[in-house]
Design a protein around this ligand. Structure first.
Ligand code: SF4
Length: 692
């Protein structure tokens, strides 16, 4: 028997981007372990990827191209050959590409985070056609935009510093479920005497393990940040020297923060005055004493109308107290802006003959149902879905389903499994998993460039995304040399080796070593140097003013809350959020039986006061509904959800739920204040008991 160990990288949409060691015995992957030598992975994987062979060799893997033989949504297919599949697709796309190329739409996201199997050959293909561009907003653009206005880019505390912090504020995230290797370091900090505070409407697994949990109302994070600023300024818990040298607009910020007394803040956020004042005193007092104070902001805060402003307001706090002076101080939202990726080389926007329109992936529900018009352009006639499962993950799911059910829409899906989206495909193409192809990765939680070697041969007739788009390009008659680039060649151009941060980057050595840390400073803004237009942390942003936004941090109430929309709240009085379930990663892993068994079935956490008012007992089946739709889940009566809030951990495949639906039946297509992002946690619903 030949046994080898192959260096790989976790491809999933998780900040940790772990280094994997895959044991291969006679061509079969028998174990996937965390690499003990990789400093942030440290030999530990989450439960999802520790079972990766179960997913790779799953009996339900798609192993051959398929053609639909039933109605859209029925999920009935017959096996066809690759030649037949590619010819069918080219026959549909060719005339469209000549008549109305923007009628072709790619739909993809982070089913893999790989730079090669994500957006490289695929984008070349769509750019060459002149297809509609896709605004990939579904997760992070609101916060990234707010952070960029303030800090200048997605740069923050190095993960490898958090264990040295003395106060860690975990704001809008549940790292035990979705940022495990940060949590490991937060626990180490705790053992070293740090205080951990969770800010989250829901008492998550993480919030339960922190010293303090501040359960604010969903969508009120900016108000809390402004209230903290008020106290910091009123009690002079500031770093005047840092403010004077490295920030812009303090006087204007002072006036804005003056409006946010602890009383107003507490009322807006649904928390106590003491929670506001005590947190500000702790944060400012520790920073003044020279202790490193850190904020780990996460995506929970930005899935509401004011999501961008929430992140922007939080991101102002470290500069006020000079927290950036210490390597373990400041804030981390994402480390993605630290990487010198060479997207133009990978994606070749120069192949575009003219700038096409852009369609927002968040509003796919409406946009698939739009007719041709001068404003919109041509109706969408073909969708190519890869690395994504829009039927399960896009908001306002009833409309998404109606769009994909259009008989005149030609849909191609590249997938590993028969997801909810595959059920609506005309042609299904089997794609390789991470163990079967080459890739290279950035991360959004650490600072390592990562390599993924192919550990095993492709399963069945599966092909890598890159190869599928190469073959499609050939069928379309595209003879540009860029469609000949191999995956190794693509990986080799993924990072700009001339950039000082990727110094000495060389793909062949990265493949051998598995990872390489970026050459970046430990405390990125200890001496200013923010990549903003002014080079300072911008409390006042002229760019925002020019973009038609409030140039100062501000609180924007949710579209849907009891306070902001009392008329709607008469019918739908409960706020609903749908954060990630621990054993799923967005909609990935839901079909892995052991992981699904650990989650049980779709649940709705509801506070005892709210369940009693509706005659609901623990374990009852309940219907959750609003004007957009309805879905069924099992009630868990618990004070983990504050009164007035219900929580449906997600994202379940619709077909695995009791009624073929999931939480996105009730979420809306309204967009955030900036970044054109979704507002999943800006949702009012009503809940009622139904017969089991
Ligand atoms: S999902 Fe996250 S924690 Fe789990 S193995 Fe992948 S990168 Fe690591």
């Amino acid at each position: 028997m030949t046994t080898t160990q192959v260096r790989a990288a976790c491809p999933h949409d998780c900040p940790d981007t772990c280094a994997l060691l895959v044991t291969v015995e006679d061509g079969v992957a028998t174990a996937v372990k965390g690499d003990p030598d990789h400093p942030t992975t440290a030999g530990v994987l989450c439960t999802k990827v520790a079972r990766y062979t179960e997913r790779t060799y799953h009996a339900d893997r798609l192993l051959h191209p398929l053609r639909r033989i039933g109605k859209k949504g029925e999920g009935k297919f017959e096996r066809i050959s690759w030649d037949e599949a590619l010819d069918t697709i080219a026959a549909r796309l060719k005339p469209l590409a000549e008549r109305a190329p923007e009628a072709i739409l790619p739909y993809s996201y982070c089913g893999t985070m790989g730079l090669v199997q994500g957006e490289s050959m695929s984008m070349r293909f769509f750019n060459r056609i002149g297809a509609s561009l896709l605004d990939r907003t579904i997760c992070a653009t609101a916060g990234a935009t707010g952070y960029k206005y303030t800090i200048g880019g997605s740069i923050g505390i190095d993960l490898e510093q958090f264990q040295n912090a003395k106060l860690i504020v975990i704001w809008g995230g549940n790292p035990i479920a979705s940022n495990l290797h940060f949590w490991t370091r937060a626990q180490e900090a705790k053992r070293n005497g740090a205080r951990l505070i969770a800010i989250d409407p829901y008492r998550s697994l993480t919030a339960e393990k922190c010293h303090q949990h501040i359960a604010l109302l969903p969508g009120t994070d900016a108000a809390l940040a402004l209230g903290l600023m008020h106290v910091l300024i009123a009690e002079d818990l500031l770093d005047h020297d840092y403010i004077a040298q490295y920030t812009l607009g303090f006087e204007q910020l002072k006036q804005r923060a003056a409006e946010w007394t602890p009383e107003r803040t507490a009322e807006t956020c649904g928390i106590s005055v003491a929670e506001v004042v005590d947190l500000a005193r702790l944060y400012g007092g520790m920073a003044r004493a020279g202790e490193p104070v850190a904020i780990r902001a996460n995506y929970g805060v930005q899935r509401v109308r004011g999501g961008g402003m929430s992140v922007r307001s939080i991101a102002c706090l470290p500069a006020l107290v000079g927290a950036w002076r210490h390597p373990a101080g400041g804030i981390q939202l994402s480390s993605s802006g630290s990487f010198p990726t060479n997207k133009a080389a990978l994606q070749r926007p120069d192949l575009l003959k003219k700038q096409p329109r852009t369609i927002n992936m968040t509003t796919i529900g409406d946009d698939l149902l739009r007719a041709s018009s001068p404003e919109f352009g041509p109706a969408v006639e073909a969708v190519i879905v890869y690395n994504a499962n829009p039927l399960a993950i896009a908001p306002d799911s009833g409309k998404v389903m109606a769009g994909f059910a259009r008989e005149d829409l030609f849909t191609v899906v590249l997938e590993h499994f028969q997801t909810d989206t595959v059920d609506y495909a005309d042609i299904v193409l089997p794609a390789t998993t991470q163990l079967e192809h080459i890739d290279t990765h950035t991360a959004y939680g650490h600072l390592y460039m990562m390599a993924n070697n192919a550990a095993i041969a492709p399963m069945g007739e599966a092909k890598a995304n890159t190869e599928i788009f190469r073959l499609l390009a050939a069928r379309m008659g595209f003879d540009d040399p860029c469609f000949q680039d191999s995956d190794d060649q693509l990986a080799a151009m993924a990072f700009d080796a001339r950039d000082v941060r990727a110094v000495n980057f060389d793909w062949e050595s990265l493949k051998r070593k598995g990872w390489q840390k970026l050459n970046v400073p430990d405390a990125p803004f200890a001496h200013g140097g923010f990549p903003t237009p002014s080079g300072k942390c911008e409390f006042y942003s002229a760019t925002m003013a020019a973009d038609g936004l409030d140039p100062l941090p501000a609180y924007l109430p949710p579209y849907e809350s009891v306070a902001s929309n009392p008329e709607l709240a008469k019918r739908y009085p409960l706020a609903m959020i749908s954060p990630p379930a621990r054993n799923f990663l967005n909609s990935t892993f839901v079909n892995v039986k052991s992981l699904r068994s650990a989650e049980g079935e779709p649940h709705l956490d509801i506070h005892p006061d709210d369940s009693a008012a509706r005659g609901i007992s623990d374990g009852d089946m309940v219907r959750i509904f609003n004007d957009r739709g309805t879905f069924i889940a099992k009630a868990r009566v618990t004070d983990k959800a504050r009164a007035g809030l219900v929580v449906g951990l997600s994202v379940w495949w619709k077909k695995l739920g009791r009624d073929g639906k999931n939480a996105n039946e009730v979420t809306s297509q309204q967009l955030t204040d900036m970044g054109r992002a979704p507002t999943f946690y800006d949702t009012l619903v009503q809940v009622e008991r139904v017969a089991a």
